[in-house]
Write a protein that binds this ligand. Structure first.
Ligand SMILES: [Ca+2]
Ligand SMILES: [Ca+2]
Length: 341
């Protein structure tokens, strides 16, 4: 009986330990050089790393945007501006391995957002973030750490508003999601409005025509006075052994909102609230599970007290907003009680 009790306590502790990763703390690499000028010592380091890549003839690493150092092995991981990764032994000035960064096979742009992918930002991985980028996470595009707490470290890349988890051990991307796949903007005092005003005798568009957020991808129509609703799409991730089978899972919670007309209320209406369960296969890659019901996944989050705000990412890294909730993802204007808890 006592043994049984001990076993139950052990299992409960194990489950708690494995399920407790809702926040992801990872080491940040050097900042990419177009946004922040590196200190001189870092510049020398980057030039050394670029030289090691050049010695191997890897031209995609001619311009290294960021690097991180594994403090145990002393190996450096680098991100090239041409979306290429490398593993470099800087003591020996040798590039050991390198990998082109390609779009993950299980990453899809949300079909609920009706945009033309040929003009859309999301048809391929982009190095430069949107301006401004969500929570300024893309300002540090390369990070390194143990995402799931399983003892193996991964590279976490924040490129545009996409999160890519690349495993040097598996030598491939093992997970990716759009943190932000939105298509919206406000009709402010910008160049497009000026063009519109020139074409319309200086008269602003009427409130009846405008949306609370207009489609950015349709801005060429907007200049002519045809406005389309904007979309806001955000995803959060959670890591733990939610189905209690001893192996780690990822849960993605994605929400999409469409804007109403300026004259309508509320400003935004939720059109998607979707939960996806991923399990890790023998190669280390997370595979989406179509058979896991949304109710089941939602139940895991509820029983682990994991709210929208506790999902990753949550905290802003923008100057003056550090550590605060990323405003866009937790915006009361979204008219969604989930984002407030
Ligand atoms: Ca790991
Ligand atoms: Ca599991």
């Amino acid at each position: 009986m006592i043994k049984m009790k001990k076993l139950i306590i052990f299992i409960v502790c194990l489950v708690f330990f494995l399920s407790s990763y809702s926040d992801i703390n990872i080491e940040t690499g050097s900042k990419h050089r177009d946004l922040t000028s590196l200190p001189t010592s870092d510049k020398f380091k980057v030039w050394d790393l670029e030289e090691a890549a050049a010695l191997k003839g890897i031209s995609a690493l001619d311009s290294i945007a960021s690097y991180v150092t594994d403090t145990t092995t002393e190996l450096n991981y680098v991100l090239g501006r041409e979306l290429h990764l490398g593993e470099i032994d800087s003591a020996k000035k040798v590039l050991i391995r390198d990998w082109p960064l390609v779009r993950w096979g299980d990453l899809f742009y949300p079909p609920q957002i009706p945009v033309d992918l040929t003009i859309n930002n999301h048809s391929e991985i982009k190095f430069f973030p949107k301006n401004p980028s969500l929570g300024c996470l893309s300002n540090s595009p390369l990070r390194y750490g143990d995402i799931e707490g399983d003892g193996q470290k991964e590279l976490a890349l924040f490129l545009s508003d996409e999160l890519i988890v690349f495993s040097p051990q598996a030598q491939k991307t093992v997970f990716a999601m759009f943190i932000d796949a939105s298509d919206w903007w406000s009709w402010g005092e910008d160049s497009l409005l000026k063009t519109y005003l020139q074409d319309h005798s200086g008269e602003r568009p009427s409130e009846e025509l405008l949306y609370h957020g207009n489609s950015h991808n349709s801005s060429d129509h907007a200049i002519r006075g045809n406005f389309y609703p904007g979309y806001r799409a955000y995803s959060k991730m959670y890591v733990g052994d939610y189905d209690n089978n001893g192996s780690l899972d990822i849960v993605k919670w994605q929400k999409i909102y469409r804007s109403n007309k300026k004259t309508e209320s509320p400003a935004w209406v939720q059109i998607l609230n979707e939960f996806t369960h991923y399990i890790r296969d023998e190669t280390g890659e997370y595979i989406p599970q179509e058979d896991t019901t949304e109710q089941t996944i939602q139940g895991w989050l509820t029983s682990n007290n994991l709210t929208w705000q506790k999902g990753f990412p949550s905290k802003s890294e923008c100057a003056g907003q550090e550590g605060q909730l990323i405003p866009e993802m937790h915006d009361p204007l979204l008219n969604d009680p989930d984002v407030l808890q």
